[in-house]
Design a protein around this ligand. Structure first.
Ligand code: C2E
Ligand code: MG
Ligand code: MG
Length: 681
């Protein structure tokens, strides 16, 4: 028997090169798609899984098949189509399972490695199933250790590829790409090295129809071409997605950093820019100007002409300011409603005034919009770094205080921060901020001051007076904090709390005296006061006739028509109404004639003021006669001495209130002194 000669196989270099390029391209696409798959939501994940498995499977299989066709064992060779098709299926489905396991959201590293193992096994089984379809006129023999090694390579590199692909490393994608390529190529070439063929002319079983080298080449190129087309379409999808992602990111960035109405940078951009400018000013030892701009009476523009006109005014003013801005040295942002902030790198002392002047100029030009003629005006406040502040927040704050001063000053529309003037405003703002918390923190409470019948000395009722114990400042006078509450709108919840508390407490008083509650102008102007009063009465069970609301003339004159309407509704409930502090306001007869007061409270300045006793008597008599004319009872406030009481007795005043009868005190003190009893609830 002649020994069978071993054949030295040769490879077609061009096909091996095509296989390698296909492998690189496929691995690149698969690692990109895989990356995308891991950072999209559930719905898109399966679409990307599909593309990943297709890219991976088709290129693995294509690489194997093209490289195999480039292999010339020196004997006629053919392929079994069933095994070949099966190997393609294994490559695609196996990759799908592996990438599904390794690409799910929030998985452990072990699971990612498991996914990689499955991908590696898919690569290996694809190869050997494919090889099993190879028919040759010769005897194939296999080197088992090399087979094992090839599988170890495939699995090891594929697992590493997935692990790196899901890591946070900077070159994660590139690493995944190269490792995945290595996995496929190492498997293929180690696998091919594991096989040897011995020439055997008698064995014709495997080569029913052998492929001639030319057909083999054409087939390989056709398969590679199809694989590239498949990869290409995946890549096109990927690039389109990339593009729309990039533009979505850009849109989001614009939304996050720019104001939609004016197109100017918004508050977020301002914060970023301001921090950078302060840093820069520090480094260059340069001054930075910060300007707060608030459009005057903007609310009226909206109310009078409608919001579209208001919007247009803001747009015009915004674009005028944007035109004014000079390169990188200046900046303007809209930070809300009708408020803007501008920044300006200051070169010399004259720079800021010039900049402010230019701003005023563009902000005051007449605007014609939708048939309306708007002559805008702005209040402008400025502060400079580092002169007025050493950090961004204080700088904005101080410029804002200056703007606030400009707003309330009829003569100046531009103000520069001035510590000595603006500090008081800051304190008021600080106090307002504290007041905002006071109710929730239980720092507010009520005192009551007795109201007495002058003729008999009997108790008629008590006036509820609000108190605030500030955690640091101690007791703050209502004369100080009520105006703050009114300015800030806090008076609404606070006033309601006073009403609720006073009524609930008074409902338990024995004997059932009247309770007087102060109501501010702001509360009266707001719709719904009458409804609140009705609700509170129902809740507390206090009979309406035992409640009296005290309000000043300013309150009723702020909005006459609606005030009258509200007062009538309240009176309809059976609640009494007193005109507080009579004699300090307009004290107009008109108020008494128009509004349905039950009582006039003469202000305490009548008695503490500089008038002679005779003058006081005359004044009190005048008020008493007014009261009689309009059918209103009269109460004198601030009675501190017996002489004052004697005067009231002589003139026939109905009631009195003052330190002589009792200082405002807590309900506990009043109860424990025996003046009031409390019914159990
Ligand atoms: P008001 O309503 O005129 O209250 C009477 C004020 O005179 C109280 O000052 C009271 O303590 C003070 N007073 C009473 N008798 C005498 C006296 O004999 N001599 C002197 N010198 N003063 C006397 P208070 O408690 O400081 O309240 C000041 C103002 O704050 C009140 O004036 C009222 O306008 C307002 N206020 C107090 N509580 C409330 C409230 O719950 N809501 C509203 N909106 N305003 C309130
Ligand atoms: Mg009062
Ligand atoms: Mg008063």
């Amino acid at each position: 028997m002649t020994p069978i000669p071993a054949l030295v196989p040769e490879h077609s270099t061009s096909l091996v090169a095509i296989a390698a390029v296909l492998c690189l391209a496929g691995a690149w696409a698969a690692s990109r798609f895989f990356q995308r798959m891991t950072d999209v939501g559930d719905r898109q994940r399966y679409a990307w899984l599909f593309l990943t498995s297709l890219a991976s499977g088709v290129s693995i299989w294509g690489t194997h098949f093209v490289a195999m066709l480039g292999y010339h064992p020196g004997v006629p060779m053919s392929v079994e189509w069933l095994a070949t098709a099966l190997s393609l299926l294994i490559a695609v489905l196996g990759s799908a399972v592996g990438f599904l396991i390794g690409g799910a959201a929030d998985v452990s590293r072990a699971r990612v490695a498991l996914g990689g193992t499955v991908v590696g096994l898919a690569v290996s089984s694809m190869h050997y199933v494919g090889m099993s379809g190879l028919r040759m006129q010769g005897t194939m023999s296999w080197n088992e250790p090399l087979i094992v090694l090839s599988v170890v390579f495939a699995v090891g590199f594929a697992s590493a590829a997935l692990l790196y692909g899901r890591s946070d490393l900077r070159h994660a994608q590139t690493l995944m790409w190269l490792l995945f390529t290595t996995s496929v190529l190492a498997l293929h070439f180690t696998g091919m090295a594991a096989m040897s063929v011995a020439h055997d002319m008698s064995d014709m079983a495997g080569t029913r129809r052998s492929l001639d080298p030319e057909t083999q080449y054409v087939l390989a190129v056709a398969i590679a071409g199809m694989a590239f087309v498949t990869l290409g379409s995946g890549m096109v999808g990927y690039l389109i997605d990339n593009n729309s992602r990039a533009s979505a990111v850009e849109r989001l960035r614009r939304l996050a950093m720019y104001d939609v109405l004016t197109g100017l940078p918004n508050r977020a951009s301002l914060n970023e820019r301001l921090a950078a400018e302060i840093e820069r000013s520090r480094e260059h030892h340069q001054r930075l100007g910060l300007v707060v701009i608030d459009i005057d009476n903007f609310k009226e523009v909206n109310d009078l002409h409608g919001h579209p006109v208001g919007d247009e005014v803001l747009r015009v003013l915004g674009s005028r300011m944007a035109e004014l801005i000079r390169g990188d040295d200046e900046f303007v942002a809209r930070i809300g409603g009708d408020e803007f902030i501008a920044l300006c790198r200051l070169e010399d002392d004259a720079h800021l005034p010039t900049f402010l002047d230019a701003l005023r100029q563009v902000l005051s030009g007449v605007i014609h919009v939708r048939g309306a003629r708007i002559a805008p005006r702005a209040s402008i406040g400025a502060a400079t770094f580092p002169d007025h502040a050493s950090d961004a927040e204080t700088l904005v704050n101080n410029a804002d205080l200056a703007m606030y001063r400009a707003k309330s000053d009829p003569l100046h529309d531009i103000c520069l921060y001035d510590a000595s003037v603006d500090e008081q405003t800051r304190q008021r703002r600080g106090l307002t901020a504290d007041l905002r918390e006071a109710l929730a923190r239980g720092e507010l409470f009520l005192h009551y001051q007795v109201q007495t019948a002058v003729a008999t000395g009997e108790t008629r009722g008590y006036e509820a007076l609000l108190r605030w114990r500030h955690p640091e400042l101690g007791l703050v006078s209502p004369a100080e904090f009520i105006p703050l509450a009114e300015e800030s709108g806090l008076i609404a919840p606070i006033g309601e709390w006073v009403l609720r508390t006073a009524c609930a407490e008074a409902a338990r008083w024995v004997p059932p005296h009247r309770v007087s509650v102060n109501v501010s102008a702001v509360q009266l102007a707001e719709a719904g006061l009458a409804r609140t009063v009705r609700e509170v009465l129902e809740e507390s069970g206090l009979p309406a006739h035992r409640l009296e609301l005290e309000m000043t003339e300013t309150a009723v004159f702020t909005d006459r028509e609606s005030a009258l309407q509200t007062l009538l509704e309240i009176k309809d409930l059976g609640v009494g109404i007193a005109l507080d502090d009579f004699g300090v306001g307009y004290s107009s007869l008109d108020a008494l004639r128009t509004f349905p007061f039950d009582r006039i409270k003469i202000d305490r300045s009548f008695f503490s003021g500089g008038g002679t006793p005779e003058q006081t008597v005359e004044l009190v008599q005048a008020v008493l006669s007014l009261g009689r004319t309009f059918g209103m009872s009269v109460l004198a406030e601030g009675i501190e001495t017996d002489d004052q009481l004697a005067l009231l007795t002589d003139t026939g005043c109905d009631e009195a209130q003052g330190y002589l009868f009792g200082r405002p005190a807590s309900l506990d003190d009043i109860v424990s002194s025996g003046q009031l009893g409390m019914a159990a609830v």
